[in-house]
Design a binder for this molecule. Structure first.
Ligand code: F6P
Length: 319
């Protein structure tokens, strides 16, 4: 193997740059040429390739986002688009492709592998909704970003004796809401995997008021409910001043934590070594403190659920 490529696809995540850096430096360490594909699968189709040298990935380990840019690409999901993408890779002499992204990106990677280019997937998304791995690159950072926001909101919630509803990302999953809500001491956490009635939230608020709590924090995953409606219903039914903070896209940026940088470095390096060992169609995964790999076509069809024990713990500790 002489030449490989790397691309980032789907929503960006803190730690992607650390993973790109590890792919490039490991590749060069083993005398490979490494090509960066800009703007995900769109760049594959448009041959938006850049050679990546050691210096190309200098001073990026601490940066959020992705130096290769990313994009959502409908054309890639046509047979013609995929054929063009693979023809471009072959014309460039690429013998292996590392794809950093989530489940949609991995399904695209499988199509590329089917057409002849070995692929390795690295799970990068703040949502942590990729099965077979206990963590995705970006998840630890977003949890700490949300936690910092909760801590700041607790100050003003106490000062004004208000109820705050905080909406977080996660697409159709509740991993961010659950972990950040538990760590942030939220009174209630609403996730798609465990529907909570607003009346139950109100009971928690009133129970806290009775024992002198000065505020309540409700964390809602964006896929669980309409946070605006929940906020209005709480204020109407309790008569308490209730405010909403939708954290939005700050959750996608920021410098990656040490944990995400470590995970990205280990997975980026392992991806290149798998290709060098002739492995293909694999997804890297964190299992305990070990980096493992699974068949990509098997892994994308598995599922992963949040820990309902953690939800019960959060409920118990918020009394
Ligand atoms: O998948 C990551 C994510 O941030 C989700 O949590 C969120 O729902 C989605 O991307 C937003 O997508 P876009 O960046 O296309 O608006």
């Amino acid at each position: 193997m002489k030449k490989i490529a790397v691309l980032t696809s789907g929503g960006d995540a803190p730690g992607m740059n650390a993973a790109i850096r590890a792919v490039v430096r490991t590749g060069i360490y083993y005398d490979l040429k490494v090509v960066g594909v800009r703007r995900g699968y769109a760049g594959l189709i448009e041959q938006d390739f850049i050679p990546l040298k050691l210096g190309s990935v200098a001073d990026i380990i601490q940066r959020g986002g992705t130096i290769l840019l990313t994009a959502r690409c409908d054309e890639f999901f046509t047979e013609e688009g995929r054929q063009k993408a693979v023809a471009n890779l072959q014309q460039e002499g690429i013998e292996g492709l590392v794809v950093l992204g989530g489940d949609g990106s991995f399904r695209g990677a499988l199509e590329i592998d089917k057409l002849g280019i070995p692929v390795i997937g690295i799970p990068c998304t703040i949502d942590n909704d990729i099965p077979c791995t206990s963590a995705t690159i970006g998840f630890d950072t977003v949890v700490n970003t949300v936690l910092d926001a909760i801590n700041k909101i607790r100050d003003t919630a106490t000062s004004h004796e208000r109820v705050f509803v905080i909406e977080v990302m996660g697409r159709r999953s509740g991993f961010i809401a659950l972990k950040a809500g538990l760590a942030g001491g939220a009174e209630s956490i609403m996730i798609p995997e465990a529907p909570l009635k607003v009346d139950d939230i109100i009971k928690n608020i009133q129970r806290g008021l009775k024992r002198g709590k000065k505020h309540s924090i409700i964390v809602i995953a964006e896929g669980a409910a309409d946070a605006c409606e929940v906020t209005k219903e709480i204020e109407t039914k309790t008569g308490l001043e209730t405010r909403l903070s939708i954290l939005g896209y700050i959750q996608r940026g920021g410098t990656p934590t040490a944990q995400d940088r470590m995970l990205a470095s280990r997975m980026g390096s392992e991806a290149v070594q798998l290709l060098l060992r002739g492995q293909r169609k694999k997804m890297l995964a964190l299992d305990g403190d070990k980096i493992r790999n699974f068949d990509l076509d098997w892994a994308v069809n598995q599922s992963k659920t949040v820990s309902l024990e953690d939800l019960q713990l959060a409920d118990m500790l918020s009394i």
